[in-house]
Design a protein around this ligand. Sequence first.
Ligand code: AMP
Length: 311
Amino acid sequence: MAVSLPDSFAELLRSKFEDAKKSGTLVFTDSVAEDVEVKNVSFQIRLAEGLSKKPAPSEEKSEDKTPKPKFNPFLNPDPDLLLCDLGPDYRLVLNKFSIVPYHFLCITKDFRPQSSPLSEEDLEATWACLQADSVEDGKKLMAFYNCGEVSGASQSHKHVQFIPIPEKSKLIPDVALTYGNSKSQDAIGEFPTFNPEIPFAHFVLPIPPSATAEDLVMRFSSLLARTLTALHEHGQKGIAFNFAMTKEWMFMAPRTKAFYEDVSVNATGMVGMLMAKSTEQLEFIKSTGPLEVLLGVSVPLKLEDEKHHHY
Ligand code: AMP
């Protein structure tokens, strides 16, 4: 692979996070997480009442249609939040508004639109970040990318995000890999798999441990092709999807809406980790059911003969 992290990255991430939190540059919001098991998936619903302070895309829209330059926090990142460069084209920065410790982002140095799919270079940079030593015991990193207007993204400058998740997660992609036909760790040329018990369109592929850039691109393209087909079949004009990746799998799901009622959903939600801004929202998600919430912002899963797809 073309790029790699500095050896001491986990230590750098830990110390920069603690310093930025202490100085107040990083605004950390406390939260409590609750596990809800549905269809073998261990959903995590996190209540973070301070979340309402984070700018949401809907709050940024105003009646005044005169175009105004919007502040781009990723063009000149705050030095207190800057972790390091990653090769000549990327920077790693701490999330200024963190809910989980050690949440960081891989941003392009020059402006690139968040509405574009991940390139080979973006995937290589993401893979390099996923190789970081564990920053918290029993945790591994999950990368996620919110692409397109209704995907839950709030910034238009290209950024892939990383959060620590439990090593032995039972998220939608983990469970999907126990179904279907792509059990092999070397699934190139095979079809993306999915969990037929999950009602919204989602596509998953395993990643071999020593993946090459080509392995990553082939898998991403395969998931994107299925996602675009699902959006097209449901008459969607724009392109919006959520992507998530660990060292074991890649996941993608099409998106049609940013919110279910007033619950904002991004890629973390689509894999099974939902956020609630209030106890009312938490109760609403639980009584509605996480799968119903996710179906409401996506398109239904189509159970079909996979052989019709040649990708
Ligand atoms: P998204 O909302 O998915 O587009 O992700 C953008 C992320 O950038 C959010 O998690 C924000 O908390 C984070 N963010 C917003 N402003 C800054 C900033 N100035 N520096 C670092 N991260 C930021």
